[in-house]
Design a protein. Structure first.
Length: 408
């Protein structure tokens, strides 16, 4: 998180001196003693340009306090914007990552203009529309992969044609054993290939009409109303550090009112949880005076057939956490989870298909939560305790964000 009120003052005062030196120094601080691996540092690109006039996104270098060059990304939030004076109007954030060790509460970084073109950094976060597989939309980072489903999958099969049909806005999980991108590799090898672990991981998660891992709907009177498959998509950022995209869903009936959903999903390298911002908007009818109750779900029976899953459920209200640990017959052990902001939490519930976190939202305003998964065969989560510890650390990091300031 960027401390905007402080950043604007300090950048404005130090801009000329920093420009003369050709580099600026940032300090990142936080208040936790725990380790914060893959912490994403975000700085508005307009502030970088203000302090370093003439800085080009492909001709800068970021180093940590040890002198190590760090991969970075500049998000392009307004690709049609004109910026003839080079003020950074077309760009959003400069992103890079740092691994805070346990007890390390502060670190410094330099951002410098360079004459050469910066190297192309390995892509660790990636998303794409998969037209060749019935309008799937898939995304991944170096830890986990996901997909969800478009209109082609929902369309009825033409007469005499064999075609899969599934109507769902649930979110799928693909488990990875490797840190390199696998989406293109798995799709290019055919739909059935990735249902078997051949050393890179596998698709062993069942979604169906459930919420899968983090899909949402509107809850009322013990029932969950949900949208169908996404109608439109838009990629906002695509690696190497972060992928971010939006999915738009058609209006659906939600207990007597018509509601649309726009879902923005962001996944950073080194993390198992997606940041999800779902905006539900009442487009026909009167929104409830107390707001909408949104149910975010985890599928009650997500394992492949024949896996005889044993599922342990854990809820931690003060962390806003709902977690599953799924022990399977031959496909290993899988953790899934939702982490909400505690201030939005209404409670926990379930329906026929899903374990649910209930959250309060207002029509037309984004509701933020986190959802994701971790597999024991990835090497990161050997058991249930390690998965729950990861979720507790994630909640603690949310409550104590990193703050950034420019040093004189």
């Amino acid at each position: 998180m960027f401390t905007r009120c402080l950043a604007f003052v300090v950048f404005a005062c130090a801009g000329l001196a920093a420009a003369a030196a050709g580099q600026i120094t940032l300090r990142a601080t936080h208040t936790l003693d725990l380790a914060r691996p893959s912490e994403t540092i975000s700085v508005p690109w307009s502030e970088v340009v203000r302090a370093l006039p003439g800085a080009l996104l492909q001709k800068i270098e970021i180093r940590d306090w040890r002198g190590r060059v760090l991969p970075y990304q500049v998000t392009n939030i307004a690709p049609q914007a004109k910026d003839p004076q080079g003020l950074g109007l077309a760009y959003g954030e400069l992103l890079f990552q740092y691994d805070f060790a346990a007890g390390e509460r502060s670190a410094t970084f330099t951002i410098a203009k360079i004459d050469r073109v910066a190297p192309v950094f390995p892509t660790k976060a990636f998303a794409r529309y998969v037209q060749e597989r019935l309008d799937d939309f898939a995304w991944e980072n170096d830890r986990i992969a996901h997909r969800t489903y478009g209109p082609a999958l929902a369309a009825p099969a033409p007469e005499g044609v064999k075609k899969e049909v599934l109507v769902t806005s649930g979110l799928d999980v693909w488990c990875k054993r490797v840190d390199y991108p696998i989406i293109d590799r798995w799709y290019n090898k055919g739909h059935d290939h990735y249902h078997t672990d051949q050393g890179e991981g596998m698709d062993m998660f069942q979604v169906g009409p459930s919420r899968g891992c983090g899909g949402a709907g509107i809850w009322s009177d013990g029932r969950l109303a949900v949208s169908g498959n996404y109608r439109a998509w838009r990629i906002l950022a695509n690696g190497p550090v972060r992928t971010s995209f939006e999915l738009v869903y058609d209006a659906f009936d939600a207990h007597g009112v018509k509601v649309t959903e726009t879902k923005r999903i962001t996944l950073d390298a080194g993390h198992n949880l997606n940041r999800i911002e779902s905006t539900f908007t009442v487009v026909d009818g009167q929104p409830p005076a107390a707001g909408l109750t949104v149910g975010v779900g985890l599928h009650k029976n997500p394992a492949d057939r024949g896996q005889e899953p044993a599922i342990e459920l854990a809820t931690v209200a003060e962390q806003g956490t709902l977690a599953q640990w799924i022990v399977q017959k031959t496909n290993g052990q899988l953790g899934t989870a939702i982490v909400a902001l505690p201030g939005d939490l209404v409670g926990f519930a379930e329906d026929e298909r899903n374990h649910l976190v209930l959250l309060r939202a207002q029509s037309g305003q984004p509701l933020r939560y986190f959802a994701g998964a971790g597999w024991d065969r990835s090497g990161h989560f050997p058991d249930r305790a390690s998965w729950l510890a990861y979720l507790a650390q994630h909640a603690a990091r949310l409550a104590a964000p990193v703050k950034i300031e420019l040093l004189p």
